[in-house]
Design a protein around this ligand. Structure first.
Ligand SMILES: C[S@@+](CC[C@H](N)C(=O)[O-])C[C@H]1O[C@@H](n2cnc3c(N)ncnc32)[C@H](O)[C@@H]1O
Length: 181
């Protein structure tokens, strides 16, 4: 994937040096590498359901893993064991469940593991759809599960219209009420 897009993702995410970050669907781990360059005592945990992708991401980020800045898990987000982890920010880039399917199970996991001031950043693009259309789909997925959309961004990068939706999880009592359709 061209670096402009991942560079924009990491700029929007703006990881603080000490922040705890989660990436969903890290693929080859290119974004992890760029996030790690901004961390000092912070940490990124990356999950991907593909063992092949996790192996490649671990190879790319071996020095960050050795330094304790990056951790990788082969897992589908909906069933990932994130233990007691509490993240300041979570993000996903081009992970279809957030734009095409019903992300209820994934958002429940994220709501459990984001800090009270935490944010979810969803980035997506599809060649046949405008960024506004993609953003609407991302928004529908989070709003339908009682999340609040804080911002919607779009940008043309590497010949693609990329959409980003930044969302806050529901308050704990709202989450207990379950998804709102
Ligand atoms: C299109 S690739 C994008 C990879 C990377 N984010 C990028 O943009 O270069 C989507 C990745 O997300 C992973 N993935 C898709 N759904 C997932 C899920 N529910 N949980 C964990 N990983 C998932 C896939 O295995 C794949 O590696």
């Amino acid at each position: 994937m061209p670096n402009d897009r991942i560079g924009w993702v990491v700029d929007v995410l703006s990881p603080g040096a000490s922040e705890q970050i989660l990436e969903i669907g890290c693929g080859h781990g290119m974004a992890v590498a760029m996030v790690c360059d901004r961390l000092t005592d912070g940490r990124i945990v990356a999950v991907d359901r593909s063992a092949t992708m996790i192996a490649a991401a671990k190879r790319r980020n071996a020095h960050h893993v050795a330094a304790g800045r990056a951790e990788f898990h082969t897992a589908e987000l909906a069933s990932a064991d994130l233990s007691e982890a509490c993240f300041d920010k979570a993000f996903a880039l081009r992970v279809g469940v957030f734009a095409r399917d019903d992300p209820t199970r994934e958002l429940m996991v994220l709501a459990r593991h984001l800090s009270p001031a935490g944010r979810l950043y969803l980035f997506h693009d599809e060649p046949s759809r405008s960024a506004d259309d993609v953003a609407r789909r991302l928004e529908a997925g989070v709003r339908g599960n009682a999340w609040t959309v804080e911002a919607v961004l779009t940008k043309r990068l590497d010949g693609c219209d990329v959409a980003c939706v930044i969302a806050l999880p529901p308050k704990p009592n709202a989450a207990a009420d379950g998804p709102k359709r």
